[in-house]
Each structure stands twice: as structure tokens, then as C-alpha cells.
Design a protein around this ligand. Structure first.
Ligand code: HMG
Ligand code: MG
Length: 298
């Protein structure tokens, strides 16, 4: 059976825009978040507090947070790789933070400049500070279905890092198919390993659509009972470390599919399309979402 309801975590303003070349102003980012919450999104990954030299697109996250038109019941979260990032996120008023690790050693080095084990150590002080401040922490695992450097990643490696993040105090673990290489049976094998170590309630699926497999993989995740799905409006984004990689699965496509399956999200597709249209015109290309293309052509 499929779940009755799914919680969508909109990651376009962070995972999407961090990888877009077009200049998006602070005001445009604030407006994007507002359009998304107007459509009924309750969880928005709004920015990240990382080195601006590594990710210049997120350098204005503090100002984005300061200018948000905050809506009741909405959680505005931020990515924080270390204590410095956590402190900046707290100053900006983030409701929730996320630490990000990987199931691939090489990816960990290239993305956050340390090994998997070191990254877990660096997250410890973030966990302690967040615990004191009563701030929930989400944990990401990247490269769960493949790595741009190492190729295949073993399901056991994904399960191990997922378990470590939970042990450390994360309330949810988001499984990232960073380069979108996964296919359904592979997804099932990975989930078999992970769900052996952590409960399904705390798992989120974070799939990229590089090879057009994200929705198929999400159906597998839903079959396993996963009720948290990360997606990005208009399929924004890409991956700087993987040539040809496209963005996260588009929120419009996920909501269209879930609507069709009778799975509640609380999100209005027609309103979502407005957000999609606006941000797509800003970055100068049509939405990657097939549902948005079809509906906007009407
Ligand atoms: P480092 O060089 O090892 O760290 O980088 P450091 O502590 O030596 O600091 C280097 C410089 O960065 C210093 O500045 C620090 O002050 C500064 P300098 O003295 O050279 O001028 N710095 C910071 N500045 C602002 N905010 C901070 C911060 N920390 C240090 N929080 C570090 C380590 C993690 C900082 C760096 O590697 C980094 O920022 N990486 C960013 C990686 C990133 O954002 N990647 C994209 C997100 S992950 C992702 O997209 C995948 C995901 O979506 C899941 C999926 O799809 O699978 C989550
Ligand atoms: Mg991602």
C-alpha cells in the first residue's frame, strides 16, 4: 500500500539555485519562497551557510532569511556544514538546519573537503549546539545510488552513514541520489539496506532526475512507505561535480503524480505553476518539469 499523505520538502531555493548560473537577486529568492508557501509548501530549504567561495550563489542566504514573508506553520531550513554555518543560520532565524554527509569518500572530499569519518566529527558540535537551542537537525547522505568519482556505491555504505546520522541526533535522514543515476531495482536494494538500520518514518527521498528515473524511483520509495520527498520547483539545479547532471525531481511532477495516486500533499498544483513560471523566466529556460510544460502550454 502507498501512504495516504506525503510531506514535500521544497529544496529549489537551496539545492536548485546553488547550481544555477543565472544571477538570481535576493528579492527574487524571497519572492520564490513566498510563491512556494502560497502554493501550500510547508517545508522550504531556503538557503545555506557554507563558504561563499565554494558556493557563491548562496552568499546572500542571511539576507534572504531576514526578508522572508514568514507564514505560520512553515519551516524555513538551512544547510550548515559546521558550527560557523550553524551560528550564522541561528542569527538569520532558520527554524531547522541540515548537516550533509556522503556515502562516498571521494565525494565527501570534493564537496566538504574531509573524509566521511571527519565529516561526522565536524557535525558533532553542530548537533550539540542545535540540541541546546532546540533546533531540529536533518542529515543528508549524498551519492546513495552512485558517485561521479567512484561509480557504484554499496547499499551497506549508505545504511552505515544513515545510521550514524540518526545516532548523532538527526530527526530525519534524506537519501540523495545526487547525480540521478539510480534505477528502480537499485533503489529498492539501497532501501532494503537502509531500512534495516533506521525506521521508515525518518527517511526522506531526495532524487535528482538526470536520467529521467526520479519518479520511477519515488514510486519504489512510496511502496516502501517513505512519506517525505525532497523536490525542487521547475526541476532547478544540477550538480557541479557531475557533467550533464540535471536538477532535483521537479515539485510539479511529484505533486501531479501524487495527486493522481490520491496521496495528499496539501499543495495546489495551479499555484505551484505560478512559482515555476516566475523562476523559469528569471533563469531563462522553460521548467524541466513535464507536468509544468504540459499545463503551461494549455
Ligand atoms: P574547508 O576549506 O575545509 O574549511 O571547507 P575551513 O574551515 O578551512 O574554512 C575555509 C574558509 O571557509 C575560511 O575562510 C572559513 O572562514 C570559511 P577564509 O579564511 O579562507 O576566507 N568558512 C565558512 N564561510 C561561511 N560559512 C561557513 C564556513 N565554514 C568555513 N559555514 C567547508 C569546508 C564545509 C566550509 C567547505 O567545503 C564548504 O563550504 N563546502 C560547501 C559545500 C556545499 O555547499 N555543497 C553543496 C551542498 S551538498 C548537496 O548539494 C547535496 C545534497 O543536495 C544532497 C544530494 O543531492 O545528494 C545535500
Ligand atoms: Mg541535491
Amino acid at each position: 500500500a502507498y501512504p495516504d499523505a506525503v510531506s514535500i520538502i521544497e529544496v529549489g531555493p537551496r539545492d536548485g539555485l546553488q547550481n544555477e548560473k543565472a544571477k538570481v537577486t535576493t528579492a527574487q529568492k524571497v519572492n520564490l519562497v513566498h510563491q512556494l508557501t502560497t502554493a501550500g509548501i510547508k517545508r522550504v530549504e531556503t538557503g545555506s551557510f557554507v563558504s561563499p567561495r565554494w558556493v557563491p550563489q548562496m552568499a546572500d542566504s542571511g539576507t534572504v532569511f531576514a526578508r522572508l514573508h514568514r507564514q505560520p506553520g512553515v519551516t524555513y531550513s538551512a544547510l550548515t556544514p559546521n558550527l560557523k554555518g550553524f551560528e550564522a543560520a541561528m542569527e538569520a532565524g532558520a527554524d531547522e538546519v541540515a548537516v550533509f554527509g556522503a556515502a562516498s569518500e571521494t565525494f565527501s572530499q570534493k564537496n566538504i573537503n574531509c573524509s566521511i569519518a571527519e565529516s561526522l566529527q565536524r557535525f558533532e558540535p553542530v548537533m550539540e549546539a542545535a540540541n541546546r537551542a532546540n533546533i531540529p537537525v536533518r542529515g543528508y547522505v549524498s551519492c546513495v545510488l552512485g558517485c561521479p568519482y567512484e561509480g557504484e556505491i554499496s547499499p551497506a555504505a549508505v545504511a552505515e552513514v544513515s545510521h550514524a546520522l540518526m545516532e548523532m541526533g538527526c530527526y530525519e535522514v534524506s537519501l540523495g541520489d545526487t547525480i540521478g543515476k539510480g534505477t528502480p531495482v537499485k533503489t529498492a536494494k539501497m532501501l532494503d539496506a537502509v531500512l534495516h538500520r533506521i525506521p521508515v518514518d525518518v527517511v526522506a527521498a531526495h532524487f535528482h532526475d538526470t536520467y529521467g528515473q526520479a519518479l520511477a524511483n519515488l514510486v519504489i520509495a512510496l511502496r516502501y512507505g517513505i512519506r517525505n520527498i525532497d523536490s525542487a520547483i521547475a526541476g532547478l539545479g544540477g550538480c557541479p561535480y557531475a557533467k550533464g547532471a540535471s536538477g532535483n525531481v521537479a515539485t510539479e511532477d511529484v505533486v501531479y503524480m501524487l495527486d493522481g495516486m490520491g496521496i495528499r500533499t496539501g499543495i495546489k498544483l495551479s499555484k505551484l505553476l505560478e512559482a515555476s513560471k516566475t523562476i523559469s523566466s528569471i533563469i531563462g529556460r522553460p521548467p524541466a518539469s513535464k507536468a509544468a510544460q504540459a499545463l503551461l502550454a494549455k
